[in-house]
Structure formats: C-alpha cells, structure tokens
Design a protein. Sequence first.
Length: 444
Amino acid sequence: MMIRMSATLIDRPTSGATEDELATQLRDVRTRTHRLTEDLSTRQLMGPMLPIVNPVLWEIGHVGWFHEYWTLRHAHGEAPGLDRADVLWNSSTVAHATRWDLNLPDRNGVFAYMADVLGRQVGRLSGGVDAGTRYFYELSIRHEDMHVEALAYTRQTLGYARPDGLGHPADHNAGPWPGDASVSGGRWRLGSTGADGFIFDNEKWAHEVGIAPFRIAKAPVTNAEFAAFVRAGGYRNRQFWSAAGWAWRESTGAERPVYWLETDGSYGTWRRYQEVEPLAPHAPVMFVNWYEAEAWCRWAKRRLPTEAEWEAAALGEAAANGSCLADSKRRWPWGETSPSSQHANLDFAFDGPLDVAACAAGDSAFGCRQMIGNVWEWTASDFVPLPGFAADPYEDYSRPWFNTRKVLRGGSWATSARIARPGYRNFFTPERNDVIAGFRTCAL
Ligand SMILES: [Fe+2]
C-alpha cells in the first residue's frame, strides 16, 4: 500500500492546495458557471444541435457528474446521488448528437444536483483528504474551468447576451507591439515535471529536444494585421492555403474571420455576443482557425512556431555567454510569481482581449509579451503523445484525440490561471474557429 501510494504521488503530482483552498476553488469556479448560465431561458439552455456546442443544460449537469464520479464515487467510494447520472452525463458513453434527446432533469433539478454534489465535496474536504484523493479534486476543478471557457465561447457561437458579472471592460489604449524577439537555439526540455504541480497526462514527461535559433513575434497577430490579409484578397487566393485549408474555405465560403462584419470593404466591426461592436485594431485576432493562421503566415512569409519553440520563447533564458539556451526553465514567462492582471489577461479579469502591448510586466526573458492569456495561440505542432505517455485515470482526456488535433498554448482571457500554465497543451481540430484562439508567428 505504501509503495502504491508513493508511486501515485510521483505519477500524479498535485498543486499543493490545501483542503480549504480546494473548497474555495470549487465555490469560485461554480460562481462562474452560474454567471454563464443562470440568465439563459429554458430554450437557450437547450439551444440548436451543432457539432461544436453542447446543450448548456446537459453541459452543466455533466460538470456536476464529473465532480461526483471522480471525487465522491471514485476517490471516496460513495454511491451515486442520482440513479440515472451515468446514462445522462458520462461524456465517454453519451454520444454528442444524442445529448439533445435525453430525458434531462429541468433547470432546477440540474442545479440542485450540482449543489448537492458540491455540498458533499465540501463536507469531505472539511474532514481532511489525502494527497492521492486531492488529485481528483484538482482534476474535477480544472474540468469545470474548461467547461466555463467553453460556456463563454458557446454564448458567442450562439449569439446569446454578454454574461453579467464576468470581468471589467477591456480598454484598448495600449496599442500595437510590433517586431521580433531573437531566441537562442540549443537543448530544450519540452513537457512538464512533477515540480510543476498538477499536470495532465499529455504533458508527461519533460524530455530533451533540439531547437535551432529562431525569431518570433513579440506579440500575437492583431486584427489590423489580419485585416491586411483579408483586404489583399487572402481568402480568395488559393496559393496561400494548404489543400486541407482550401477545402475548408471552399466548403464554408469563408471570406473573413467568422464574426467580422464587412462594410464597404472595411472591417471595423464584429459580432460580439449579440451586439455589433468596434473591432479593436491592436487587439489580437480571435476566433480564427488553424487553416486561417496557416494562410496568413504564407501570405506574410512567416510561419507558426512549434510547441517546443513556443515554450522556449516563453520560459527559456539565454546562457551567460548568450550563444544558446540556458538549462533553466521559468515557471511563468516573467518568473516565479503567480499571475496578476499586470502579467496576463486571465480568469475573466477583463471581459475580452486587451491590446497586444498590454501586460508588459508579463514579458518573457526574450521579450515576448502575452505568451500567457488574452488568446490561445495555435502552434504548428500536431497533438501527439510525448515519449513514454501513459493515460491517467480519466483515460479519455487525451488519448482518443492524438494525431487529429493541433496544439494551442497559453490560455485566453476566459481561461483560469490553473489551466493556463505554460506547460498546458490545449488541442483542437484545425477547422475550429469558435474557440478563443489567435496565433503568433516566427520569421522564416
Ligand atoms: Fe467534460
């Protein structure tokens, strides 16, 4: 038993959060879930059947079920609180297209189920839990974090109202931040270690890769920079697109980023939730897919960074003689301190993206800004397992999706700081333009 437990702690490290801190995290993320859902009508809680969204009523019940399944049932051995819960909300077995046809409890029933699970979790935590069990609390809190972000972009996808009480308005006074940073080449340890606290299976484990010296933009591509490509006819010019990218463009008829509105050949506005708003020229372009990022790069004679390059630009430092990467790897781009809104636009500090020159305190050693927060950044890399990958207990988190997705790094304004660690590997299929993603580029 002692041997098994210590092996578990090595394989599945935790953040070190105490039981009280975990209870606070559970309540805080639930507040966000409520703010993103409780104003919706019964009709909006179900919404249209689309492959890229879940019915909101199903999604929040699934969040409650995930907490119950992994903490109360798996870790504590409790019986299910609702007989039908697995049949309704196990995302591994309930096919996506069937989620609109289930006999779900009504709004009050779903919220009551979630509140019951939360109450039982807080009760367990107040009695003290061991580190092996805390892992499952950390997992289920991060799972709710991910669904909170999904609920934010679902409201954008479906044109629902801007949610109340989430973030201060984002001002746009900081402006552009043009130019490249030079990053030394050398050996880099790609991936995470036990010292990084709670990590997901797809980050395991850090291993050495070689990187050639490269130049990477100090900031993500802005709306103004992307608009130049659109005005130049980029969406109609086959030469800028890969075969798969052109097939996506042809099948959708895309002429510009999905929410942009065109007036007399200019792109000054976009649909934000259910309103038409000015498009901030120096904010990062958002809601573009991997194919659009790839096409912009070909037009601009640039390229996307690999995820190893992205990590080195974010966390690396030059060796003392300046000729190669040092052995060091920072915890955050700016150093060791936890993120604040001076470093990174995370955790709904603002209700949208800031200009790319904002958050100067968050610059990396090489001078890259906003590597964390504001928008997820598409990388050139396919989502593949790192050497020695083994699935963690939530087996369907990574393994089913390898080799079909592209990796994104860094987190968006709607991502929790728990998820937006620099080592976190997000992954989506390359046609997804509904997620809060942009990109930064490297010189060829
Ligand atoms: Fe989920």
